[in-house]
Design a protein around this ligand. Structure first.
Ligand SMILES: [Zn+2]
Length: 270
């Protein structure tokens, strides 16, 4: 499942490649699952628009579109789900299995949405899409503390709650808690202000480092070019159960918190 850094990398890659291009026509497949808006609405909203900008909101890719003689913008929102990917291809490039949408661009290229497992979602809107929670790269220490101190849930579960922060997934939640020295099972309301300050710093650093590395290669998707685009983010606890902690050599433990596999060092995290 692509997490925030991967989605950021994909959105930046797409922004570089397709901003300024125009969507001339759209083909949509017959599978209903990927379509959060009706097929005809998607086609009508995308066709004959200019791609102004591609950006990430939470774990969504947002295409800001401009239509001639229209003051308000339109938006195409893509959620990659588990296995979704955006492919930029030439028309002669063989169509991948499970292609659900093709946007034909004025430059002659095609933007294709491919998703074998169909957990991805395509949506169009005519307002500004902000997502349900607060953006983790923009949240302040005070705001993070205020949001999380109300929570009786384990801090790990609160980090994954998309209504609080938008876009933090399993890997980066574990990595941030390790760097902040906080046990994943501690309740949000029991974490101190000083610890929230450390968590805020850790979360920002982990996400920025992962974005700089091009996201994590842990998922089996490819970037906008169809190339394996990602370097392995250097995990300190995630996926390292039974291996020695990089700080203190204690063996990393794996437990389940909120239904998700959770990795931590019993000595460094309190
Ligand atoms: Zn340790």
């Amino acid at each position: 499942m692509p997490e925030l850094p991967e989605v950021e990398t994909i959105a930046r890659g797409l922004d570089k490649r397709v901003s300024g291009d125009r969507i001339e026509s759209v083909w949509i497949g017959s599978k209903p699952e990927p379509l959060k808006s009706p097929a005809t609405t998607i086609a009508r909203t995308l066709e004959r628009t200019r791609i102004e900008h591609v950006r990430r909101v939470g774990k969504h890719i947002v295409f800001d579109l401009a239509a001639p003689r229209e003051k308000t913008g339109r938006q195409w929102i893509v959620h990659l789900g588990m296995t979704g990917r955006m492919q930029l291809a030439l028309p002669e490039t063989e169509l991948a299995n499970h292609t659900h949408l093709i946007a034909r661009l004025a430059s002659g290229r095609e933007l294709r949405f491919v998703d074998p497992r169909r957990f991805g979602r395509l949506e169009v809107r005519r307002d500004s899409f902000a997502g349900p929670g607060t953006e983790p790269l923009q949240v302040s220490t005070e705001e993070l503390t205020r949001l999380f101190r109300k929570s009786k849930a384990p801090i790990k579960a609160a980090l994954l709650n998309q209504k609080l922060l938008h876009g933090v997934g399993n890997i980066y939640a574990d990595e941030s808690l390790f760097r902040a020295g906080i046990r994943p099972r501690r309740r949000g309301c029991a974490v101190t202000r000083a610890e929230y300050a450390r968590l805020h710093t850790a979360l920002q650093k982990v996400l920025q480092e992962a974005i700089a590395a091009g996201g994590s290669s842990i998922s089996d998707y490819v970037d906008a070019d169809g190339e394996e685009g990602f370097f392995q983010f250097h995990h300190r606890v995630y996926g390292r159960e039974g291996e020695p902690c990089l700080k203190c050599k204690t063996l990393i433990k794996k437990i389940v918190v909120g239904g998700r596999g959770t990795h931590y060092c019993p000595r460094c995290q309190r």
